[in-house]
Ligand binder design. Structure first.
Ligand SMILES: Cc1cc2nc3c(=O)[nH]c(=O)nc-3n(C[C@H](O)[C@H](O)[C@H](O)COP(=O)(O)OP(=O)(O)OC[C@H]3O[C@@H](n4cnc5c(N)ncnc54)[C@H](O)[C@@H]3O)c2cc1C
Length: 422
């Protein structure tokens, strides 16, 4: 998707340039303009990727992947904007403008006030967004401001760019990108609660599984959500702050009640532990591509869940009770020690009753250290027709993914979720 959008932008810009009746090609302005077109393209794709729409997420291979992609595209777009400005500076200064005119809003009657304001808005936004220690909700609210900045940047390109002015198809494409990015932003930031796939549930039970883990069991009030095992939902408690927190589903789609298993780490999750039976809960989703059914061609599955990262595998195992799609599965539950393995007993019970053949191992890092890719590959040998699903904290998952890749495992066989949306 990203490569396709960038290709269209580039081809249209080249064709537009060729058609322009210009005495000479400026090595600064021409490429500088292309950089801004790329920046708008990447911003539009980024906004689309984070729209949290069920219709759009398949274009990115699932919302979890889309969010991972946006982490790379966002900084790339900002870098392109800065480069674009730097490339425009020499010819504009040569034309007699001062730095103040170009970069400082209201500097003089000729100052490029609108354009420099958009630039400053983006730079200040970037400063806040990448500042360490910003609470997640503050960071998320900050992302809500990206829409107006994107619109400002788009307006700047459309009304200033000479190639855009001269070449109708490129202008149309830019309008299209502006529309897509703005619509995605409006859906996510302004209309989500009403327009997104929302299901009304009630708290059926809050089951304490360990000192820091609970199961939130919810009963549908009307429509029941249909989902694939391994997917996740956003949970919102009406009446409280408008927070949407993602949790993997740890129940089976065959069950009437919906369950999420939650580690108590901060305000929202700790408050969830005190939710009252009968309390309304809104559930948005399901989202994500972390589901074995999308990888039906892998008949042998290696599943590694670290800590609370075991939750999607609980849902998958529970589904195994009713699923006759036989697979060979190896499952590792990686925990610090026995006191931090609240789902061990449940998994052992499920493994006994599962339709597929499951080899299960509880791996305690306090005794054995972290498992390596080599440990896993040796245990599941011969290592041929398989897919590897990993879930847990970003550092753990990232480290194991790197090890598998270094050991020669093809990237397309690795499927991971890292419970991280930053
Ligand atoms: C796809 C996905 C699936 C997840 N599944 C589970 C699960 O099954 N069980 C579980 O216990 N946890 C899961 N998490 C993590 C869970 O969403 C956070 O632990 C929870 O939102 C923390 O909120 P808090 O206010 O209690 O903690 P805080 O102290 O506010 O946040 C702790 C960390 O959680 C993350 N976080 C906080 N708020 C949000 C939010 N609204 N959206 C996204 N991330 C946020 C941030 O990284 C933050 O640094 C999942 C996360 C993702 C992205």
């Amino acid at each position: 998707m990203t490569a396709g959008a960038l290709t269209i932008s580039t081809v249209l810009w080249i064709v537009g340039r060729i058609g322009m009746d210009e005495p000479r090609f400026s090595p600064w302005l021409g490429p500088g303009m292309l950089l801004s077109i790329w920046a708008i393209t990447l911003m539009a794709v980024t906004l689309l990727a984070t729209a949290r729409s069920r219709m759009i997420e398949p274009m990115f291979g699932g919302l979890d992947r889309a969010v991972r992609l946006h982490r790379r595209l966002g900084p790339a777009a900002i870098t392109l904007v800065v480069l674009h400005v730097l490339m425009y500076l020499p010819p504009m200064l040569a034309d007699g403008m001062s730095l103040g005119d170009i970069l400082v809003p209201f500097w003089s009657p000729q100052a490029l006030t609108f354009d420099s304001s958009v630039l400053w808005a983006l730079l200040i936004w970037t400063g806040f967004a990448y500042v360490r220690g910003l609470p997640y909700e503050g960071w998320l609210s900050l992302h809500g401001l990206l829409g107006p900045i994107f619109l400002g940047a788009g307006a700047h390109s459309l009304f200033v760019g000479s190639t855009l002015a001269a070449f109708e198809p490129l202008r149309f494409w830019m309008w299209f990108l502006l529309f897509v990015g703005t619509a995605a932003w409006a859906y996510r930031v302004l209309l989500y609660r009403w327009a997104a796939p929302r299901y009304r549930y009630r708290v059926e039970a809050v089951d304490r599984r360990s000192h820091d883990t609970i199961d939130l069991v919810m009963r549908p009030q009307d429509r029941r959500m249909i989902y694939e095992p391994g997917t996740f939902v956003f949970v919102r408690r009406p009446g409280g702050k408008a927070e949407y927190h993602p949790f993997s589903i740890s129940s089976s789609p065959a069950e009437r009640n919906l369950r999420v298993s939650v580690r108590l780490v901060g305000d929202f999750t700790r408050a969830l532990a005190n939710a009252q039976t009968g309390e309304p809960v809104e559930v948005f989703g399901p989202f994500g591509s972390f589901t074995p059914h999308r990888y039906a061609h892998h008949r042998r599955l290696i599943c590694i869940g670290a800590g609370i990262g075991i939750t999607p595998f609980l849902g998958m195992l529970r589904f195994e009770m009713t699923n006759d799609d036989f697979r060979r599965i190896w499952l590792w539950y990686i925990v610090r020690d026995g006191d931090n393995a609240p789902y061990d007993a449940e998994i052992r019970d499920l493994v006994l009753r599962a339709d597929s053949w499951v080899d299960y191992e509880l791996w305690m890092t306090a005794q054995r250290g972290r498992p390596t890719a080599a440990d896993i590959m040796a245990a599941a040998a011969p290592f041929d027709d398989f897919g590897i699903m990993l879930c847990g904290r970003p550092e753990f998952v990232g480290d194991l993914v790197r090890q598998f890749l270094a050991a020669g495992v093809p990237r397309e066989r690795l499927i991971w979720e890292d419970f991280h949306f930053h």
